[in-house]
Ligand binder design. Structure first.
Ligand code: CP
Ligand code: NVA
Length: 310
């Protein structure tokens, strides 16, 4: 049994295997309808519980389709409908029940501590469907999308992140950059560059990461440009002040012109004001393909956790 919580904790060969298995399984599905199970029906009879403490559209839908296509079933819970936490039931007891009623658990939470407490108490695998410090299923799926479009190993590409340097998506991207050895340039305002904890972790690892205040420097020669909302779901900041600080980090046609001509633009979604419509709707933008690919990669992640990845 394996968990999928933080990219930094998963061996590179496993991450690569998840991606290559997703590629093969996606190809084999050509011609099938969304709810048709894959021909091998590999998870027939298996049950996934997904639980959300925060909003979700893509993660919820992609895990639903993923387990269905593998032949299993799923139920989505909202933690505020349970007896959990303020209403009195402990994480330990909740985790015991979830373990005896299902085969695998996907959790989106507002606390990494809570995620780890679930992990400690569960007898089934747990997948991080977004926490304050990590969005690992998103980033692994984005690597899948980049390699699918560029038809190259990600280690041969220049990746740029423009925007909040401290949020969950960029933190997982930093971990992925170390694991997959790709060049990562981050462009963020001074107060919003990656924090001490992740920089300390970087010091201990071989790194190919540069951090800039000037977004033009960070985007120069990029093969792939990422951004994300300035205000994340768990942000407890002065929102107006933060939006003003990020004004010159908006990915506009002018800013992206510093990247390579065939650059691809990615965004995990939902979007805010950090990208212009012109870029978001341009032919370089691959955001819809990026979102859809999450189904294929979630399938592989579920199989990995259940020890069924071939
Ligand atoms: N990208 C992403 O995780 O989207 P949702 O918040 O809609 O699940
Ligand atoms: N950084 C964003 C990602 C949403 C999928 C957030 O946490 O709100």
């Amino acid at each position: 049994m394996k968990n999928f919580l933080y990219i930094r904790d998963i061996p590179l060969r496993d991450l690569k295997k998840i991606i290559s298995a997703a590629r093969k399984r996606k190809k084999k599905r050509e011609g099938l309808s969304l709810l048709d199970p894959d021909k091998d029906n590999i998870l027939k009879g298996k049950f996934l519980i997904q639980m959300f403490e925060k909003s979700s559209l893509r993660t919820r839908l992609s895990f639903y389709l993923a387990i269905k296509q593998l032949g299993g079933g799923t139920l989505t819970l909202r933690s505020d409908e349970l007896h959990l936490s303020k209403k009195g039931e402990s994480i330990g007891d909740t985790a015991k029940i979830i373990s005896s009623f299902s085969d695998i658990f996907m959790f989106r939470t507002d606390s990494d501590k809570k995620m780890l407490e679930f992990k400690k108490n569960l007898k089934i695998p747990i997948i991080n469907g977004l926490s304050p410090s990590s969005h690992p299923t998103q980033v692994l799926s984005d690597i899948f999308t980049i390699e699918e479009i560029k038809k190259k190993n990600i280690s041969k590409l220049n990746i740029s992140w423009i925007g909040d340097g401290k949020n969950n998506v960029v933190s997982s991207l930093i971990e992925a950059s170390v694991k997959f050895s790709f060049k990562l340039n981050i462009g963020s305002p001074k107060n919003h560059q990656p924090g001490k904890k992740i920089l300390d972790w970087l010091k201990k690892n071989k790194k190919n990461i540069s951090i800039y205040k000037d977004p033009k420097k960070a985007i120069k020669n990029a093969d792939v440009v990422f951004t994300d909302k300035v205000i994340s779901m768990n942000d407890k900041v002065n929102k107006i002040k933060k939006i003003v600080e990020f004004k010159s980090y908006k990915v506009t046609k002018k800013l992206i012109s510093y990247a390579k001509k065939d650059v691809i633009f990615l965004h995990c979604l939902p979007r805010g004001t950090e990208v212009s419509d012109e870029v978001f709707l341009s032919k370089n933008s691959k955001v819809w393909q990026q979102a859809k690919n999450r189904v294929d990669v979630q399938k592989s992640i579920i199989l990995y956790c259940l020890g069924k990845l071939r």
